[in-house]
Ligand binder design. Structure first.
Ligand code: UDP
Length: 507
């Protein structure tokens, strides 16, 4: 493919957004297209090893480091990622600081060679559409969500059914290929913004994102045709140029890349794998609620005791946050670690998730249903225990449980709103956790069927990015589209001697 096509990729500095864009950068560069990824210094250290290895192996990837103005926006020095925030009440400050990257980016834009042909930006960075407009190149958004979520969001915005119901009344999601119900309390902030002043502050950010999104040239999505076929088909009826080019985590072929999608936690990757090697095939429950979820101490205790009661071997990832000390204190005083010694492993900090998920001892994934984790769980070919927390995660739970059919819910009922993460709320009890683990690990017919389905989807996911696979094809079509767009633009410059007139563009 033409090597003068150049994608400028601008991720939101947050693991669940940056990691898939790093993976996507590698996938695009494998097609000989140049990719420049914008990153801040601390994130370059944290997530850069995979990129550096890709560069060293000859892929045309460049890293553009821009300083993040944390302290100017009241953020602690070195806070360059959403998961570094001491409290999510500072989210708006973080978005404001991110928008400040526009100026330095525009200053260096013309020095990037070849001239960027397209911006692929996280959709949450609405200001990047202005950069694309200024330099007259297409603005393609990376939407870190599924097509199910896209379609459900689009239809709810159009129908407004959620505006006329109580918080816990069931809503039949309008216009979906399957009959799927949810309650308003499970819907993301756009439809269910919460009552705190801080949560309302994000309303303007959400509205800006939604308004900018409408003008995007196209959307790239971390999904694949075979996973949510009917939802993709429907979504394409309402949105032009939707390229499904995932699952991105499949870009990590060797164990080092699988392990180094973030910094190390409290045990080495080697120790973790050695422990897994000693467990029975398909027996271990891996429990990780993503990079941002901060369980309250009472909620964490219920989770830990539920796992203990389930009697399955497990890996439990314990994340930091304002109440970590209290959690660590409980772990020490209660003697939990001692009681589950040999059967349960705790990872304090960052876990090598994709490496763990690829281990044959894995039997189930208890997930918060972030879209990356959901699709990584699907690629792993194991059933999922779903415990959505916030944002669009309850939509993803429906994908796992109703669309793919490999998920079992723990029974979470409401999204966690901004500012609620420090409350003493306990949504899910130890018996709920234990019950869901036992259902999923059960060796009876239902459990077997779930496992068979999970294996089927793993096989399909593996093929999607291979030669001739659906995502490989979509990726080629995407790059070709931008090349055609670029050639039209260049012809305009040469023939008319002015900036290209872009007839196909919607901005
Ligand atoms: N992740 C990881 N180790 C951890 C926590 C998260 O590797 O300890 C990765 C995970 O594999 C996924 C991303 O971080 O790629 C989290 O994204 P997701 O959309 O699942 O959830 P979020 O963190 O955005 O809530």
């Amino acid at each position: 493919m033409a090597s003068n096509v150049h994608f400028l990729m601008i991720p939101l500095m947050c693991p669940g957004h940056l990691i898939p864009m790093v993976d996507m950068a590698k996938l695009i560069a494998q097609h000989s297209a140049t990719v420049t990824i914008v990153i801040t210094p601390r994130n370059a250290t944290r997530f850069g090893s995979v990129l550096h290895r890709a560069v060293a192996s000859g892929h045309p990837i460049r890293i553009l480091e821009l300083q993040f103005p944390a302290s100017e926006y009241g953020l602690p020095e070195g806070c360059e990622s959403v998961d570094d925030l001491p409290t999510f009440n500072l989210s708006k400050n973080f978005f404001d600081a991110s928008a400040k990257l526009q100026e330095p980016l525009e200053e260096v834009f013309n020095e990037l060679k070849p001239r960027p042909s397209c911006i692929i930006s996280d959709k949450h960075l609405a200001w990047t559409s202005d950069v694309a407009k200024k330099f007259q190149i297409p603005w393609v958004i990376f939407d870190g969500m599924s097509c199910f979520t896209q379609l459900a969001t689009h239809n709810l915005c159009a129908s407004k059914v959620h505006e006329h119901v109580g918080d816990f009344d069931p809503i039949l999601l309008p216009g979906l290929p399957d009959k799927i119900t949810m309650t308003k309390s499970q819907l993301p902030g756009l439809f269910n913004p919460g009552k705190s002043a801080k949560a309302k502050e994000l309303k303007s950010v959400r509205e800006k994102i939604r308004a900018a999104e409408i003008g995007a040239y196209g959307t790239v999505i971390n999904t694949f045709e075979e996973l949510e076929t009917r939802y993709i088909d429907e979504y394409r009826k309402v949105k032009q140029r939707v390229w499904c080019i995932g699952p991105f985590s499949q870009s990590n072929k060797n164990d080092l890349d699988k392990a180094q999608r973030g910094t190390n936690g409290s045990i080495t990757n080697h120790e973790c794998i050695t422990w897994l090697d000693g467990q029975k095939l398909g027996s271990v429950v891996y429990v990780c609620l993503g990079s941002l979820t901060r369980l309250t101490p009472p909620q964490f205790i219920e989770l830990a005791l539920g796992l203990e009661e389930s009697e399955s071997p497990f890996i439990l990832v314990v994340k930091g946050g304002s109440q970590t000390e209290e959690i660590e204190k409980w772990l020490e005083e209660d003697g939990f670690e001692e009681r589950v010694k040999g059967r349960g492993v705790l990872i304090h900090g960052w876990a090598p998730q994709v490496l763990i998920l690829s281990h044959p001892s894995l039997g189930a994934f208890l997930t918060h249903c972030g879209w990356n984790s959901t699709i990584e769980g699907i690629c792993a070919g194991v059933p999922m225990i779903t415990w959505p927390q916030f944002a669009e995660q309850f939509f993803n739970e429906r994908v796992a449980v109703d669309v793919v059919g490999t998920g079992v819910g723990v029974g979470a009922e409401s999204v966690m709103h901004l500012g609620e993460e420090d409350s003493d709320l306990v949504q899910v009890k130890r018996e709920d956790v234990c019950k869901a683990v036992r259902i999923v690990m059960d060796e009876g017919i239902e459990g077997q069927e779930r496992r068979e389905k999970a294996k089927y989807f793993r096989g399909v996911a593996e093929k999607a990015l291979e030669d001739g696979g659906s995502s490989q094809l979509n990726l080629k079509l995407f790059i070709e589209d931008i090349i055609v767009h670029m050639s039209k633009g260049l012809a305009g410059v040469i023939i008319k001697g002015h900036m290209p007139r872009d007839e196909g563009s919607r901005y």
